[in-house]
Write a protein that binds this ligand. Structure first.
Ligand code: PEP
Ligand code: MN
Length: 360
């Protein structure tokens, strides 16, 4: 991907900063009402899902091609550019026929190379020149994300962009999809000219997270935002908890501080953010290790064993230092690091064995 072109050459950077619209097109009235309000607040690109990928069957799966007609009305009336999600050959053909201005590939589709290739082949067969934005795959796999964009690029689409919408994980968390900011940051370092847009709606999963996530994206030099906005969010047929009214969206945009992304220190800033992401991973891995130590503590408690067993300690030190040295780190650093990890591990085990905090 050596010749990436701007997605919206007809818009200024400011105008193309925000893509907004409902999760799904539901009715003609809902589409037009939402679009009119967004246009009134100066939004230039309107999004709406026509075909919806739902986790389980039986839910609202989108209105289908009929909704494309409502979108065309939006363009006629407001002049906004139109964006929708495509996941297969039929969607691409329908969207091209309706003259949709920007296609995006959803997170579940990006994870499936067969589906992405089918989309790429359809675009190539039609000689399409429509810009395509590729959401990250549901799993935190940067190569799969890049691979999907390469398939589209190789189909002759050079107006290409990435959408960061967070990554699935098991269990309940603050975020609906974990941001793992270091992944889009690494993408930026690999492809500096690739526009990256943040989707705070699907990362956060709730309204109150849209403002802080949007600001964070701006601070990290993202090129834009794609935000779900609905004229009546509480009654939305999909993703109700994360949609906001056009009025609230306008308020949030008014509070955003957009920094000059062309500062010379930008690369340095990105590298620092990369480090921050890796530090967070380090902490998570350490905490996982401590959790296992506590399970061992429980076992030792039940079998009346002591917390420290010298043989095991010596083995750990020897093997970890050897491995770490092979990876280019100094023996002294590795000794200090593993001593500290081991000390904390023992402290946690003693806490479990004695069912109380150890005496310092
Ligand atoms: C959407 O944008 O409405 C959508 C379905 O998003 P994602 O593919 O990120 O889940
Ligand atoms: Mn949605």
């Amino acid at each position: 991907m050596t010749d990436i072109q701007p997605i919206f050459p007809q818009l200024t950077d400011r105008q193309s900063l925000v893509i907004a619209g409902p999760c799904s097109a539901e009715t003609r009235e809902q589409v037009l009402d939402t679009a009119r309000q967004l246009a009134q607040y100066g939004i230039k690109v309107f999004r709406a899902g026509i075909w919806k990928p739902r986790t389980k069957p039986g839910g609202f799966e989108g209105v289908g091609s009929e909704g494309l007609e409502w979108m065309r009305e939006v363009r006629e009336e407001t002049g906004m550019l139109l964006a929708t999600e495509v996941a297969n050959r039929h969607h691409v053909e329908e969207a091209l026929k309706a003259g949709i201005d920007v296609l995006w590939i959803g997170a579940r589709t990006t994870a499936n190379p067969f589906a992405v290739q089918e989309i790429a082949d359809t675009l190539a067969e039609h000689g399409a020149n429509v810009p395509v934005m590729v959401k990250n795959p549901v799993n935190p796999d940067l190569e799969l994300w890049i691979g999907a964009m390469q398939r589209i690029y190789n189909a002759g689409i050079h107006r290409i962009g990435a959408i960061h919408r967070g990554f699935s994980s098991y269990g309940k968390h603050l975020y609906r999809n974990m941001p793992e900011w270091h992944i889009p940051v690494e993408l930026r370092l690999r492809y500096p000219s690739l526009p990256i847009v943040c989707d705070p709606s699907h990362i956060g999963g709730k309204r109150e997270l849209i403002a802080p996530l949007s600001q964070q994206a701006m601070d990290m030099g993202f090129n834009g935002l794609i935000v779900e906005s609905h004229c009546s969010p509480d009654s939305a047929w999909s993703d109700a908890a994360q949609q906001i009214t056009p009025e609230i969206l306008n308020f949030i945009l008014g509070t955003l501080v957009v920094r000059d992304s062309k500062q010379t220190t930008e690369s340095l800033q990105l590298l620092r953010q990369h480090i921050d992401g890796i530090d967070n991973e380090l902490l998570e891995v350490l905490s996982k290790r401590m959790g296992i130590s506590r399970q061992i503590g429980q076992y030792k408690r039940e079998h009346r064993m002591s917390a420290v067993q010298a043989g095991r300690y010596n083995d750990i030190m020897r093997s970890r230092i050897k491995l770490g040295e092979e990876m280019g780190m100094g023996a002294e650093f590795l000794r200090t690091l593993f001593l500290a990890i081991h000390d904390e591990s023992v402290r946690q085990q003693i806490e479990v064995i004695n069912d109380r905090k150890p005496i310092d």
